[in-house]
Design a binder for this molecule. Sequence first.
Ligand SMILES: NC(=O)c1ccc[n+]([C@@H]2O[C@H](COP(=O)([O-])OP(=O)(O)OC[C@H]3O[C@@H](n4cnc5c(N)ncnc54)[C@H](OP(=O)(O)O)[C@@H]3O)[C@@H](O)[C@H]2O)c1
Length: 319
Amino acid sequence: MATMNAAVVTSFDEPPHYQPFTAPVPASTDEVLADVLAAGLHPRVRSGATGQHYTSSGTLPMIPGIDGVGRLPNGTLVYFAAADDVLGTMADKAIVDPRRSVELPDGTDVAKVAAAMNPAMSSWVALRRRVPLQPGQTVLVLGATGNAGTMAVQVAKRLGAGRVIGAGRNLARLQALRPAGADDIIQLTDDADATSAALAAEADIVLDYLWGTPARQAIMTLLTARDDRSRALDWIQIGAVAGPTAEIPSVALRSANFRLQGCGQGSVSPRAYLAELPPLVAEITAGTIAVHPNPIPLSKVEEAWTTPETPGERTVLIP
Ligand SMILES: NC(=O)c1ccc[n+]([C@@H]2O[C@H](COP(=O)([O-])OP(=O)(O)OC[C@H]3O[C@@H](n4cnc5c(N)ncnc54)[C@H](OP(=O)(O)O)[C@@H]3O)[C@@H](O)[C@H]2O)c1
């Protein structure tokens, strides 16, 4: 059996260790063993490596990594999504199912693609598959200061939003959203009254990366601020960095045309996700979405895992 080097999780309480691991073997003629060139360390990857993601099977040892850029045996450069939650992409080699991959032009910045696809996909799929954005609509990004939120501002503009509002707690990062396309910014602070007053904006769609207390507060504020409560407010729940639960008063759903749904693995079919890969790759390789990868050798995975990310950057492991 061939071996390779990989990031290996042997306990859900520890970061992965860089060590030899048996190279995976394609399970069917549809699959090939590719050389991995870059794999992003996304929040989703971290939650999978602690066994806490809702898709986690709890199997150990496991190789983390949900996606990456690789080179197929025939020389083709691809972005691919891992087919397996146990044998992921943070390794010298990974299984690629060409149906879950998209070809990249030679010369593509592999770290940029590996850094961008997961965070950018969150808003791209939400605004194309969950609530198709109508030209000119107003989109509010709740939690706009992270990688996914910052890209959501650019994606919403690119997909035709008339107005994009970025909301978050970090003022410096919020201000950096203006050159990225935000028409307005709202700072979320511990002062509930001031935050509510600032949040009393008209919006058609909210892309919510926070959930928890900020979402509860924002839902009621946005709904009560509406001139016409029968005008739809589409709330798309995407991330939960501020808390896994939010207490939503039942009146929110009765007193206004409030439509609440989520966007993620499960609420959107794998087929729909795959259909969105090529256009999104095209946007990223064309440079319409700003990306700031922080490439780190895979051999330093333990250090990369435990070192806080520089805000605005996405760690990318390079085998
Ligand atoms: N469903 C999907 O398809 C999908 C896809 C990608 C990502 N996600 C999820 O989206 C979330 C964000 O992902 P990401 O890649 O953008 O992560 P990230 O780059 O680490 O950004 C997270 C940001 O959240 C902000 N934050 C943390 N706690 C906060 C709070 N209490 N209030 C306001 N802001 C807070 C932090 O900003 P400051 O420190 O600057 O305030 C941080 O920059 C994660 O939960 C991720 O799992 C979902």
